[in-house]
Design a protein around this ligand. Structure first.
Ligand SMILES: CN1CCN(c2ccc(C(=O)Nc3n[nH]c4c3C=[N+](C(=O)[C@H](O)c3ccccc3)C4)cc2)CC1
Length: 312
């Protein structure tokens, strides 16, 4: 497992920030270990304070969640890429422990996509170009991880955040919980398919526990499908067991409505049963750039919903 090659587990390399430089303003969500807050960090007298996201460890953490919390910070401290949420520092020397991260104000990508579905008889304010940009952002972050032989294991729209909901939005990969968890309990064996994101996983992963960057490629194909379906859940109405059965049999998701054919064929390539035949993230970025450059004008068209003739 390439992630085992990951060696510096010492948390001493984490930047410990003085707690009195931090002001928590409001809760913006619930993490696995506790709340996530929006707050301000005062760097020094000259520099204006910066807005941050603060992940907290609940008051009475189990021993394991304390270790996992630290591990999440260590993992994120290794990365430096514009499409991966940055770690700013930690407050680990006193309780409650904090992980201080770059603040992304647009919220998660899945919610954003669902909020931007066209209303009947109106068009979505999102264009195909907007959607291709989100795809390009996620693929760039994934390519960075691929180059570092780091397997994320849970690439999904729900785990991506947006800097803003506005047109200059940038998507970033933000949750490394699954990659972290495999260091202790091998979820593939331990939890069965209950805790695994089966609908985002390729057959060799959910059948044999084999993970590689080609696992993340398959998941990225599902994220592409989530993006072009504006936040639908994949395989609607199917249980994990049913999905494992049909996917193993060669069934794949249909093209979302309005999805450019070239984007759908890219998804299908990501879902090749043979991991070796799936594109790398390098290939994926080339394909995305081609689709964007070839369809510039098309991509600017608004996504309209076909008004269903209710009396047909
Ligand atoms: C009207 N809307 C209501 C919702 N609103 C929000 C809702 C949530 C957020 C938010 O969580 N922002 C975050 N910035 N940085 C990190 C965040 C979370 N992190 C984490 O590490 C979290 O664990 C995480 C990771 C991935 C996905 C979600 C949460 C790091 C921002 C705005 C915008 C305006």
């Amino acid at each position: 497992n390439p992630n085992y090659a990951f060696n510096n587990w010492d948390s001493s390399r984490l930047v410990e920030l003085p707690r009195d430089r931090l002001t928590l303003i409001q809760s913006i969500g619930k993490g696995a270990f506790g709340e996530v807050y929006m707050g301000y960090l005062i760097f020094d007298e000259e520099t204006p304070e910066i807005a941050v996201a603060v992940k907290t460890l609940s008051a009475m953490p189990a021993q394991s969640s304390e270790r996992d919390f630290t591990l999440e910070a260590i993992i994120m401290s290794q990365f430096d890429h514009e499409n991966i949420v940055k770690l700013i520092g930690v407050c680990f020397q006193s309780n409650p422990r904090y992980i201080i991260l770059e603040l992304l104000e647009g919220g998660d990508m899945q919610t954003f996509l669902r909020e931007n579905r066209p209303k009947t008889n109106a068009s979505s304010q999102l264009t195909l170009y907007d959607l291709m940009q989100l795809a390009h952002n996620v693929a760039s972050g994934c390519q960075y991880l691929e180059n570092r032989h780091f397997v994320h294991r849970d690439v999904a729209a729900r785990n991506c955040l947006l800097t803003t909901k506005d047109v200059d939005r940038i998507a970033k990969i933000a949750d490394f919980g699954m990659a972290r968890d495999i260091y202790h309990n091998d979820y593939y064996r331990k939890g069965g398919s209950a805790v695994l994101p089966v609908k985002w996983m390729p057959p060799e992963a959910f059948l044999d526990g084999i993970f590689s960057s080609k696992t993340d490629v398959w998941s990225f194909g599902i994220v592409l499908w989530e993006i072009f379906s504006l936040g639908f859940s994949p395989y609607p109405g199917k249980s994990n067991q049913e999905v494992m059965h049909v996917v193993r049999g060669g069934i794949r998701l249909d093209a979302p409505e309005h999805c450019p054919p070239s984007a759908y064929s890219l998804m299908k390539n990501c879902w090749d049963p043979d991991p070796k035949l799936r594109p790398s993230f390098e290939d994926i970025l080339k394909s995305l750039n081609e689709i964007i450059s070839k369809n510039k004008e098309l991509l600017y068209s608004q996504i309209t919903v076909k008004t269903k003739n209710l009396h047909s």
